[in-house]
Design a protein. Structure first.
Length: 424
């Protein structure tokens, strides 16, 4: 009997599964929760050749949309060839291996799609749908139809699959879907009530007691694939690479910079406001969003960019004022320049390629009375007319007595990964 997991196959699901390593294990509890994002395991399969063949059978089912019966045929052939004595009945064991891998790879692939910042701006909510399991969990039924922002921390532990045999799903929806379906966004997520559960009673390592959210089977209290996105968030540099460090000689770009772009007149004033604004611009929040920069490189953006460790409060790097964060955001999203440099690190005796995205920005901050028509409003700050003169920054505008135009120029702001030659 085939079990529906959605539209199979799709590339993000296949990529997630293919990114796993084969790992021998004695018990299902040897690998726990998000550790399954990194490894393919079958409890009790200790031979690498056996694991490799079982993995190949599962991968064919994922990539080609194979059925459970087709997998069972492959399973019987593999077991006979290797003489594997597994625990549990054939029907139950094959269903657990096939169904769990297909469902969790499907869910992880969808989570990767939901991390796209442009898609998250259009569809910022997650909708929980019960999947009509054979033995429905009362709490899973209670969560059916609940709609929360995708950044709500509740999804970190309650993104399906939420237990053995669970067929619940999370859908990504937008404001129009909410109106069309007659839903309402839940302002406050349900409280997460922890409960003690014991696992590994038959494990050679012995049993252990864990705290898991009520309604979630042990090992499922995580969002599938999220740990891979978290690992893709660039870590803060402990030390800065010196501008004069040895490397390929620098070369200046031959063309001129584009005209500076205007930054908001009311920049953020606090670290929290600045960090929240940057994350919102990329559709990120409590969970990462995948961003592809001007070079085509993809990396994840989340609060971890501003944390020294997972439990630390988000903070801006030392020396970076909150008011410059909008410029950093623009430099990442649409850089005027990209500087590249091959740096030599003498401590580690290795060369690293570093990149830095830069943008040229200005901020509206001064307006002489005789230039009011230029900005379309009157000024109360000037006390006397100021003779017009060219801007000292040579941007083509009319300046004032301080030599600058009505747009107070800021230096180029680097949004960081290196230094040297420009490419556009």
């Amino acid at each position: 009997m085939a079990i529906s997991h959605g539209s199979l196959p799709f590339q993000q699901q296949i990529d997630y599964f293919r990114g796993k390593l084969n790992l021998p294990t004695r018990s299902w509890s040897d690998l726990y929760a998000q550790e399954h994002d990194q490894a393919f395991v079958v409890a009790g399969a200790m031979k690498r050749d056996l694991i490799g063949e079982l993995r190949g059978a599962v991968e064919r089912a994922i990539a080609e949309g194979g059925t459970l019966e087709q997998f069972r045929t492959d399973f019987d052939r593999i077991v006979e060839r290797h003489g594997w004595q597994y625990n549990g009945g054939r029907g139950w064991r094959t269903r657990v291996i096939w169904e769990t891998n297909l469902r969790q790879s499907y869910n992880a692939g969808r989570e990767t799609q939901m991390a796209d910042p442009e898609l998250r701006q259009r569809r910022p909510y997650g909708l929980y749908r019960h999947g009509d399991s054979r033995n429905p969990h009362p709490l899973h039924l209670a969560w059916d139809g609940m709609e929360l922002p995708l950044d709500d921390p509740w999804w970190a532990t309650h993104t399906p699959q939420n237990g053995w045999g669970c067929s619940c799903k999370k859908f990504m929806i937008g404001p129009r879907d909410v109106e069309r379906m007659g839903l309402s966004v839940t302002e406050q997520s349900p409280p997460v009530e922890p409960e003690e559960r014991t696992i590994g009673q038959r494990s050679p390592n012995g049993p252990r007691t864990l705290q898991v959210p009520k309604g979630i089977d042990p090992g499922f209290e995580h969002a599938p694939g999220r740990s891979r996105l978290d690992a893709a968030v660039p870590r803060p540099l402990e030390t800065r690479v010196a501008d004069a460090s040895p490397g390929i000689p620098d070369h200046r770009a031959r063309d001129e910079l584009p005209a500076p772009r205007l930054m908001p007149n009311t920049p953020p004033t606090t670290e929290t406001e600045a960090i929240d604004g940057l994350l919102a611009a990329f559709g990120a929040g409590e969970r990462p969003a995948v961003f592809r920069d001007a070079l085509g490189d993809g990396f994840a953006i989340s609060r971890q960019l501003f944390q020294t460790h997972p439990s630390a409060a988000p903070m801006l790097p030392e020396g970076v004022p909150a008011g410059l964060i909008p410029a950093l955001t623009e430099a990442l999203r649409s850089p005027d320049e990209i500087w590249a440099r091959l740096e030599w690190l003498p401590d580690s005796q290795q060369a690293v390629a570093t990149w830095r995205a830069l943008s040229s920005t200005v901020r509206l901050s001064w307006l002489p009375s005789n230039s009011a028509a230029m900005a379309g409003r009157a000024s109360r700050s000037a006390t006397r007319p100021v003779p017009p003169r060219p801007c000292a920054w040579a941007c083509g505008s009319i300046g004032g007595n301080d030599g600058r135009c009505i747009l107070r120029h800021q230096p180029r702001f680097a949004a960081g990964r290196g230094q040297a030659l420009r490419a556009r």
